[in-house]
Design a protein around this ligand. Structure first.
Ligand SMILES: Nc1ncnc2c1ncn2[C@@H]1O[C@H](COP(=O)(O)OP(=O)(O)OP(=O)(O)O)[C@@H](O)[C@H]1O
Ligand SMILES: [Mg+2]
Length: 169
């Protein structure tokens, strides 16, 4: 069954808990009108994350991938803003006692072969992986249960973003 739904801050708990507890396909759409809206969605989303979850964030430069991840980090109590690990490829945050959070930015990696050689997939099983540019660069090696977040900028409203959150098993 495919769940196709509009996600709001009010219904987010209901929709996300069903997405994270089942193995079904789903596609949710969320509209953000500000940086704060995006962080709030990140905080809601973070509550459901567990070891072994892989999330890709896809969208053009400045679309809000890192802002969303800052929302996730603030849920886990990270005080300072996180930055994209563009040059280091991966940052590790030991903010939960049960598992690390790995923040990847694979923008500067050529393809999945280069990722496998230089980084490897051990991270996928050891913690939570949040991967900026994941679908563009390494989609062929992502596990099936990966949750994808596509962020689309509005052409007129500079503050507006459409988030498409989906999984296709
Ligand atoms: N609704 C919104 N959600 C998120 N960010 C917004 C929104 N409206 C405006 N912004 C601005 O857009 C920028 C998003 O920057 P961010 O670093 O998160 O992008 P990014 O997708 O990670 O880019 P990059 O690919 O360069 O890493 C910020 O400057 C933020 O203030
Ligand atoms: Mg970024």
């Amino acid at each position: 069954m495919i769940f196709l739904n509009t996600l709001t801050l009010e219904n987010a708990d209901k929709l996300l808990s069903s997405a994270f507890t089942t193995n079904d396909d789903f596609e949710y759409t969320y509209t953000s009108y500000s940086e704060e809206d995006t962080k709030k969605l990140g905080r809601k989303f973070a509550n459901y994350l567990n070891k072994g979850d892989i999330i890709t964030l896809n969208g053009e430069l400045g679309s809000g991938k890192t802002v969303f991840l800052n929302g996730i980090a603030s849920f886990f109590g990270v005080e300072n803003d996180v930055c994209s690990p563009t040059f280091t490829i991966v940052n590790e945050y030991n903010i939960s006692k049960d598992f690390p959070i790995y923040h990847f930015d694979v923008y500067r990696i050529k393809n999945s072969d280069e990722f496998l050689e230089g980084v490897g997939t051990d991270y996928f099983y050891n913690g939570i992986c949040l991967i900026e540019w994941g679908d563009e660069i390494i989609s062929d090696i992502l596990p099936k249960n990966t949750i994808h977040i596509d962020i689309i900028k509005d052409e007129e409203d500079k503050q507006k973003r459409i988030f498409k959150i989906w999984r296709k098993i």
